[in-house]
Design a protein around this ligand. Sequence first.
Ligand code: ZN
Length: 182
Amino acid sequence: MKTATTHTTTASALAAATAPTGKVHPLLADLPPAAPALTSRAADVLQQLEQAKEGQDANYCAFLDLVAEEIRKAGDSPAVLDNVLALLSPKTPCTAYAWCVKTGDHDEHMNACTSATCTDAYGREVLSVNLIDWGQGVKVGLLDLDLTPGEARDKLAELRTHLDHIERLIALAEQDPTRADQ
Ligand SMILES: [Zn+2]
């Protein structure tokens, strides 16, 4: 009789572990350890994350949920929160150079590459140029070289001379061969 009762109790316990909706409650052993109390800063960020989800696509919302989960687990981890705040806040422009396109904290500066509007027969860009500073001062990226402004001016002078030569060749090509005596 006693065995039967125990059996019934176990069955009831199992039944009780199943919600009326059919949703299975997790066993105590499967539950994560009690989450630490959230600091007010963490609570603040969690609220911002909820707001940031408005009108966003499912992937982005899932990402924000993941971040929120990490924060809840950590309670208030400066590392998690700093990363989150950096993601949420608008990117700060470069403080060193007005021409630098990089944002946020960075040591290597550069602006966008520009090339001649025409490409060569293979679609390759011609004479691309940009400004860079890898920590050795501002350089001009030209002809696959990192040139000081002075060196870049010298290269430019050589290129101008070459362009003049191209122009002379074009003029030669335009000459009427029948009037070669001129
Ligand atoms: Zn910069």
